[in-house]
Design a protein around this ligand. Structure first.
Ligand SMILES: CC(C)(COP(=O)(O)OP(=O)(O)OC[C@H]1O[C@@H](n2cnc3c(N)ncnc32)[C@H](O)[C@@H]1OP(=O)(O)O)[C@@H](O)C(=O)NCCC(=O)NCCS
Length: 161
């Protein structure tokens, strides 16, 4: 399948919202049930030079999004947080790997010293990908989530540059 990986433009905002909501609707990968950003809020994030938004696009539709947000406080500006979602039907095609690769390169260029993420312990695909990209498990918050009557741990991972 042909896809393009590129930096998001403000005009991608509605596509990003649709993509995030469709992954949230699956209920098992992301904490929120409803994506809270409006189109205007999403556009502001895309324009924020402290953030990186990379999209994966098929036939002009956003099917994957990776967001890196830099810490907003003086004490956290050396850190950033990564989030990623690829829509069902487009997974295991290499989009995740490529978007995270772009994200890591951006962090290095920006002088970020630590890139953080959190992932459900049940999400073995994602954990396997993060390890391959150089993330290490830094800690685990036990039983942090209750997903369809099963307790799931919060796995905290990071790369230190
Ligand atoms: C996790 C996710 C972002 C990965 O993106 P992707 O585009 O599917 O991943 P890729 O195709 O780039 O796969 C890269 C690696 O993932 C791992 N992977 C992919 N499919 C896998 C599978 N079925 N079993 C185990 N590992 C798998 C492999 O390590 C693969 O490495 P390889 O390229 O050497 O084979 C994507 O599956 C997704 O969005 N899932 C739902 C939302 C989600 O979980 N977000 C993360 C929340 S923390």
């Amino acid at each position: 399948m042909d896809y393009e990986i590129r930096i998001a433009k403000p005009s991608d905002a509605s596509g990003i919202i649709r993509c995030m909501q469709s992954v949230m609707d699956e209920k098992i990968y992301l904490v929120g049930d409803i994506y809270l950003y409006t189109e205007r809020g999403e556009k502001d994030m895309i324009k924020n030079p402290d953030d990186l938004n990379i999209v994966s696009v098929v036939n002009n539709e956003v099917v994957g999004i990776m967001k890196i947000q830099r810490g907003i406080f003086r004490k956290t500006r050396h850190t950033a947080t990564l989030g990623i979602a690829v829509m069902r039907g487009y997974r295991h095609l290499g989009m995740g790997r490529r978007m995270i690769g772009e994200g890591i390169e951006w962090c290095r260029k920006e002088g970020i010293k630590k890139l953080n993420l959190e992932v459900f312990s049940s999400n073995e695909n994602a954990i396997s990908l993060y390890r391959k990209m150089g993330f290490e498990i830094e800690g685990v918050r036990k039983n942090q989530f209750l997903i369809f009557d099963t307790f799931v741990d919060d796995v905290i991972m990071s790369i230190n540059f």
